[in-house]
Design a binder for this molecule. Sequence first.
Ligand SMILES: *Cc1c(COP(=O)(O)O)cnc(C)c1O
Length: 434
Amino acid sequence: MSAPCYLSTRGRAPAARLAEAVAAGLAPDGGLYVPERLPRLEAGTFDPDGSLAATAVTLLAPFFAGDALADALPAICAEAFAFDAPLRPLTRPDASLLELFHGPTAAFKDFGARFLAACLRRLRADDAPPLTVLVATSGDTGAAVGAAFHGQPGLRVAILYPDGRVSPRQAHQLGSFGGNVRALRVAGTFDDCQRMVKVALSDPDLQARVPLSSANSISLGRLLPQLAYYAHAALRVRRTHGLALDLVVPTGNLGNALAAVWVRAMGLPIGRIVLACNANATLPEFFAGGDYRPRAAVPTLANAMDVGAPSNFERLRWTYPDDDALRRALTAASVDDEAIRATVRRYAQAQGLVPCPHTAAALHLLDREPVRTDRRWAAVATAHPAKFEQVLEPLLGHPLAVPPTLAAMLARPARAEPLAADPGALRDWLLATP
Ligand SMILES: *Cc1c(COP(=O)(O)O)cnc(C)c1O
């Protein structure tokens, strides 16, 4: 197999090898890396009894073929997929919950963060200067990246999060790592944090003085592993029920849902893909036929989806260059806070299942679909509810049990440095901080 090359969505950057694209995060022209073309795989290529890690190796091998990281792919997958992504049955017979929150920080972002850390650690030469990994987070990304990179030699992490817009437990998690992982609380929104990271990454003068990479969902090293749990779930559903898997995906920056779109384009048995957005309606308006109009984010109960300018939209457009074809490929809907609250209460009462606010948005849209015997749905559960106790406990009237790894993180002291919502402030911090 010849080595695939990776191009920028903006078309003004040289083609890169996978290892280069993963190391860089963002392409030098400010675009996002995409493969020259998506590989096609037959369902028969996969070991029907394989683990999630085994599915990941088979699925990702064509992306890694001929690359510096190719030989390490099985070890990288073993590190990243050390916990499962189970399908939990729901009361309605045609649907289940795809639980992606069994990692150390209890959100789906653990998969991508651990995969990226496993790649970057192997790409760094022992005598190279330390690499600073920048990450803008609306809550869960930063914790997952902090946990995955904490204590990794030669790597340091700067986490930027919008001050006051993440839950107290999330903020505590972000500041709890210490050592090579620093938390910066930015006086602005998530979009500000994301813009600051993008400006830093496309500043060659800064890069020459402080080698930088990104751990945002714009990084291919986070996006590619997310394909694995969709492939694994779809193969299980095909084997058990002989049907394709339809998905409702809680969506903010569009990284998780894009992985589902790519897996389907690669030939895996995935049917409909529904994007569950919160009141930030940039995507629902586009899919309803409107213009793509990025805007400032508004705060909602599903704060990890408070995104007004979803950065992976560039990759979606690359996947479907024709707007009409794109609108046929996906649907999207907004779920407001009232509907999120009502859905949390309903599932807690009727099924003894407490969804996180993001998962509740997906369940709300699932419940609008009629029950059918010829379809199989999975609503994607993106985080454990205990991360959002401030929203959920008042609705439920009782405390939520905290998973042990999360509890250990919360028991540590936490610290974050304040930063202005300005790319210049981040530049100064990076140059001044050893
Ligand atoms: C990040 C996150 C989302 C949104 O995922 P995107 O890839 O940004 O679309 C949804 N729910 C939770 C819990 C998250 O942490």
